[in-house]
Design a protein around this ligand. Sequence first.
Ligand code: AMP
Length: 139
Amino acid sequence: MSDYDRDNIFAKILRGEAPCVKVYEDDDTFAFMDIMPQAEGHVLVIPKTEACDMMDLNEEMTQKLIVTVQKIARAVKSAIGCPGVMLTQLNGAAAGQTVFHTHVHIIPRYDGVDLGIHATDMVDPSELEKLAQKIRMKI
Ligand code: AMP
């Protein structure tokens, strides 16, 4: 893998060395609440492999990641009750990526409501846990 840093924050979350508000886990993928959400119910989905970005993922893991993204996006839409769901995925600093373990953002969207600013305001984990509980019930 290209320059994968095993001490990036998502690698630490996967190893249980850093906290997160977990939403879902299977053998190959992991989903958790974004700590600086761009909308209420913002979830991140990551593969359990060392991959800086999507270009580092093999076809099998790409398929597994996208299947989990669809599963969690459905649950977010149902739990949050948002009319729209945006999926975003940034590759490389030039594209705005800030954590170099590949991930897909699942972000609730509403008519006429602007997207919150990327990775700025930290939310209390207890608030994220309430949302995660609602989402887990819909998976
Ligand atoms: P990106 O800029 O696409 O690499 O997105 C990284 C995302 O990770 C941002 O939306 C951050 O808010 C989020 N983030 C950073 N650190 C954490 C963390 N410890 N737990 C949950 N989300 C995080």
